[in-house]
Design a protein. Structure first.
Length: 217
């Protein structure tokens, strides 16, 4: 496949691009300031909120063709809900025109709390302390932006509560719309294994608009 990865210099995007390239896919690593090349990975400078630039990047060239799949893995620090929602809409609009599949790597806030199915993780202080409420709320807004694009082929991948660099084991647990926790109550995955899960989904999509993964115990 030709896989376009937005946010390719970030923690998750960089790992997704590398994982896809290592599996033999052609990867366009898209970011405002492109990073270094790698096996199968071509860096491209693109502003994700520039609709024309996004369309041109995904459309490709006569020799390469359009992107078969798109991964949106952008984040801001501090959380910028307007930027995140705008970027999501821009990418979904462009992908819909080309018929490309989109995998949005979002946030855990959009999932249901395992303590109370009526409560989103974003609203559960057990998983989201006050200092992270803005980040969690932005992930919910991003999912709502996706849901407004019902005719676009998208999937929203939520990580667990804790996502950090670690070890690539190639193993993980998969769930749907509820936060996954282990026997010890922890909810986490390495960024490397999240990247594995993301590329697995590109290669063999699973049903459902909202999916999640967590560390395999």
């Amino acid at each position: 496949m030709t896989v376009a990865v937005f946010g390719a210099t970030g923690m998750v995007g960089r790992l997704v691009a590398g994982e896809a390239g290592a599996r033999g896919h052609r990867v366009l690593a898209l970011s405002r300031k492109p990073g270094p090349e790698g096996p199968g990975v071509t860096p491209v400078a693109v502003d994700v909120n520039d609709a024309r630039a996004v369309r041109e990047a995904l459309a490709g060239s006569a020799s390469r063709g359009a992107a078969d799949a798109v991964v949106l893995a952008v984040r801001t620090e501090p959380a910028d809900r307007g930027f995140l929602v705008g970027a999501t809409r821009t990418v979904l609009d462009a992908a819909a025109r080309l018929g490309s599949r989109v995998l949005v790597v979002g946030g855990a806030g959009a999932l249901r709390s395992p303590r109370n199915p009526e409560l989103l993780v974003a609203d559960d202080p057990v998983y989201v302390p006050d200092e992270f409420r803005a980040v969690a709320a932005a992930s919910v807004a991003q999912l709502r932006a996706c849901e407004a694009h019902a005719d676009t082929d998208w999937t929203y991948l939520s990580p667990p509560a804790l996502l950090r660099p670690g070890v690539r084991t190639g193993r993980y647990r998969r769930g749907t719309d509820t936060l996954l926790t282990g026997a010890d109550g922890r909810s986490w995955i390495s960024a490397e294994d999240l990247a594995v899960a993301a590329v697995d989904h590109l290669e063999a999509p699973v049903p459902g608009r909202l999916i999640t993964v967590a560390h395999h115990e």
